[in-house]
Design a protein around this ligand. Structure first.
Ligand code: BGC
Length: 479
């Protein structure tokens, strides 16, 4: 996920606040649907695994591959997305991602074998990765500065809503083991995305960087019908002020070591504290906690994980600029560490995660209830802190000259660690048990707390230039 809010320069310094034009509503809808699509593909596997395991005799290792390779595809997609969006344009990149989604969803839904299913997961993942960079870029460059922050929040909200929607559809379809329909349904928001982006133009900023002034003018007339002249002048001025993109050598140079390490550290800690083990394997976890029927498992996943995730994200959106980044991150990590420890204790008195969640016969006991409450507290704590705030920070800590590349390096580390966790979670629970696995995540929350406490500065209320200056001063103090 990438966000260039505050930095893209479009419509900078606008003093009047005309009502949003029709085209901006369309841009808002586009970014929302792109987020929903991202989230749907993250969440849908939780319910689909049940039917897949019934249809094919798949090993734990293969279940992990089917689940996690979407993140491998996304890792590659995110790495190439910046270059693709620069070359063919933001709109075309989003369009290509949406078409890939549709193709991947069809391959998944029609897969005659687990291998073809994995190919479908890779294609969908690649689309997710491209969209996770291109869609926020498109929205940030289209939006006037007064609504730019909100547009990026809409994207975050869309992701959690997409996960919730996937759980809900999993729940509706769970009685028939219709995993093919669950995966195929992701083509619907993808087609909606195509329909939304087709009538749109590319961003005026992209046209101008390609020297296509007439196209830029037409785009500005759509999104700033009240005063296209001022709109054009602002974008031209912003482009003139642009700092040239630094080389990869400079991105990794000693000078910017601090923001780079901070970006990578935040991205990695967001994942190794366990979020996607829970998002992807929620049904299996609830099965092990004694939720006997598939209907009970999917209901717990939908409401305890999916709905709580959406609601708690709204807390971060409301408070991130008021309370600051550090308090939210640190408070969230305390909640995550405590709840994971409790979940670990609950699981110690429960049976292991069964291979086939449908046939296991455990009943919901007190420990099962503690596990459920613990997971709710965990998800809520993540959703008001590490979930959105890590992305906010990643997008504001890099100096302008290395921002694009810095954000994509951090994003790639995020997908890479998401892959590691989802690839090895089941094997880990098989070898050391669920209790120890949850305690391991809890221990990593403690490490993350210490690291953030020591190294992550508060950026609330600071301009991007002030943040940049902060690194230079720190470097001087250390030298
Ligand atoms: C993370 C995703 C995660 C989602 C859950 C995002 O901030 O980057 O990996 O699935 O939150 O809501």
């Amino acid at each position: 996920m990438s966000d260039v809010s505050e930095s893209s320069g479009v419509d900078r310094g606008s003093v009047h606040s005309p009502p949003l034009g029709r085209w901006l509503w369309l841009v808002g809808a586009t970014i929302l649907v792109a987020g929903v699509l991202f989230g749907y593909d993250q969440g849908v596997i939780a319910g689909a695994l049940i039917g897949i395991e019934k249809e094919w005799d798949v090993s734990t290792r293969l279940v992990e591959v089917i689940t996690s390779w979407v993140t491998l595809g996304a890792l590659v997609g995110a790495l190439v997305a910046g270059t693709v969006a620069d070359r063919i344009g933001r709109r075309a990149a989003v369009l290509a991602a949406a078409v890939l989604f549709v193709a991947g969803a069809i391959v998944e839904a029609a897969a005659p074998s687990p291998t073809v299913l994995v190919v479908g997961r890779l294609i969908v993942g690649f689309g997710v990765g491209v969209a996770s960079v291109a869609a926020p870029l498109y929205a940030a460059e289209m939006a006037p500065s007064r609504v730019r922050g909100r547009f990026v929040s809409i994207y975050q909200f869309g992701i959690t809503f997409g996960i919730f929607l996937a759980y809900l559809i999993d729940q509706l379809l769970s009685s028939g083991d219709s995993w093919r329909a669950m995966l195929g349904v992701s083509a619907v928001p993808a087609i909606l995305l195509v329909l939304l982006i087709l009538p749109s133009t590319d961003t005026p900023r992209w046209y101008l960087t390609k020297g296509r002034t007439a196209d830029a003018r037409r785009a500005v007339e759509r999104i700033r019908p009240d005063d296209p002249d001022a709109g054009m002048a602002e974008i031209e001025e912003a482009i003139a002020e642009d700092v040239p993109q630094a080389s990869w050598g400079e991105v990794f140079s000693r000078r910017w070591r601090t923001p780079l390490l901070l970006g990578i550290g935040l991205a990695v800690f967001q994942q190794v504290t366990g979020i996607n083990a829970i998002i992807y394997y929620a049904n299996k976890i609830f099965a092990a906690a004694g939720f006997e029927s598939v209907a009970d498992q999917t209901a717990a996943t939908t409401w305890a994980i999916g709905a709580v995730n959406v609601l708690a994200t709204l807390i971060a959106v409301a408070f991130v600029d008021r309370l600051g980044r550090r308090p939210l991150l640190l408070a969230g990590l305390v909640g995550m560490a405590v709840s994971l420890t409790a979940v670990g204790f609950a699981f110690r008195s429960l049976a292991d995660i069964p291979e086939d969640p449908v046939t296991q016969t455990a009943r919901v006991t007190n420990s099962g209830v503690i596990a459920l409450v613990g997971l709710v507290v965990y998800i809520a704590s993540f959703a008001f802190s590490l979930g959105p705030v890590v992305w906010t920070l990643i997008n504001e800590i890099f100096p302008r000259s290395i921002r694009g590349r810095g954000v994509s390096v951090a994003t790639a580390f995020n997908w890479g660690s998401a892959w590691l966790v989802s690839q090895f979670f089941l094997s880990l629970t098989d070898s050391i048990g669920q209790a120890a696995t949850f305690w391991l995540f809890a221990a990593l929350c403690v490490v993350a707390f210490g690291w953030i406490w020591r190294f992550v500065p508060e950026t609330r209320g600071r301009s991007l230039e002030e943040i940049e200056e902060m690194w230079v001063e720190r470097d001087r103090a250390v030298a």
